[in-house]
Design a protein around this ligand. Structure first.
Ligand SMILES: C[S@@+](CC[C@H](N)C(=O)[O-])C[C@H]1O[C@@H](n2cnc3c(N)ncnc32)[C@H](O)[C@@H]1O
Length: 282
């Protein structure tokens, strides 16, 4: 079978099964299995796909049709300007979290920040993207999951950031001394009851510990806000990702701990997604 015919067939199969990224996913499956870069893929529509490769492709298409995300199938995901190793032990990095990196870059430039801590670092995608963009920064990523920290460490080595990035297993910042200019976090924020309603590609492939924000979805924000003053410097800043309907609640939680809201940021659908805070000036 020719490559272009196979591409159309796979894309149609994905579309018929309501996979919204049907065209992109078909291209990724073929490029990965046939080991083609984007240019080779476009320039060789009439190469013959061997029966051995057809068998491999069919198995991958079946996994995708059962709801497994492409990134989990191939163990990699692009985020900001890098490709990250991922697994079933870490959250699949989401495009909306890239906004945290953009905001951090602006704060670092503006305030001459020197260090950053990423709470619930998962694959390390947020911390490592910040460090890659800001060559004078050092940072630490914490996670309660030992497996996540292992993945983050591998990503750090792959991006040659080991000298400036440290990853440790910790309940938020319990095992960390203070003195941070910038705190970033995308904590679990889905309420335990809502988790049952999530699509199978999320709830069956992202670890529960990366999603479950407790009975009201706000438990992690309360835990983080509680002692944050211990580790943040005066005039330090906080960047938090939130669920689309949590802005008011999260603002209340942080204001009750003497942080004040700098700004709310929307995602491309116009929903509140990121909040930034500063320590109250004394
Ligand atoms: C929504 S995921 C975010 C992962 C990554 N930062 C990202 O944006 O792709 C939340 C992360 O918080 C971690 N986590 C959950 N509870 C934690 C706790 N008590 N202390 C530290 N990390 C925790 C999870 O293991 C998970 O990796």
């Amino acid at each position: 079978m020719f490559l272009d015919d196979l591409q159309k067939l796979i894309a149609k199969t994905f579309l018929d099964n309501k996979i919204t990224t049907y065209s992109l996913d078909a291209r990724i499956v073929l490029r990965e299995v046939l080991n083609l870069d984007e240019k080779e893929f476009i320039l060789q529509p009439k190469i013959q796909v061997s029966s051995e490769n057809l068998g491999k492709i069919q198995k991958i298409v079946e996994r995708r049709l059962k709801g497994e995300p492409i990134s989990k199938i191939f163990g990699r995901r692009d985020f900001y300007s890098s490709t990250f190793l991922i697994s079933t032990e870490v959250l699949d990095p989401r495009p909306e979290s890239e906004l945290i990196v953009d905001i951090a870059n602006n704060f670092i430039l503006d305030k001459k920040f020197k260090n950053v801590i990423d709470l619930g670092t998962g694959s390390g995608c947020i911390l490592l993207s910040i460090l890659k963009e800001n060559k004078k920064m050092n940072g630490i990523g914490t996670d309660i999951s030992f497996d996540a920290i292992n993945i983050a460490k591998q990503n750090s080595s792959n991006l040659n950031l080991d000298e400036r990035a440290l990853f440790i297993v910790s309940n938020w910042f319990d095992s960390v001394d203070g003195g941070y200019d910038l705190i970033v976090s995308n904590p679990p924020y889905i309420s335990s009851t809502e988790i049952t309603n999530l699509s199978s590609s999320v709830k069956n492939y992202d670890p529960l510990v990366s999603l479950d924000g407790g009975s009201d979805g706000l438990v992690c924000y309360k835990e983080i806000a509680d002692n944050l003053n211990r580790i943040i410097r005066k005039n330090g800043r906080i960047i938090l990702e939130i669920g689309y309907n949590q802005a008011d609640d999260v603002i209340k939680i942080f204001e009750s701990k003497e942080f004040y809201l700098l700004k709310k940021y929307n995602d491309i659908s116009g929903l509140d997604r990121i909040l930034t805070f500063e320590t109250k000036k004394t």
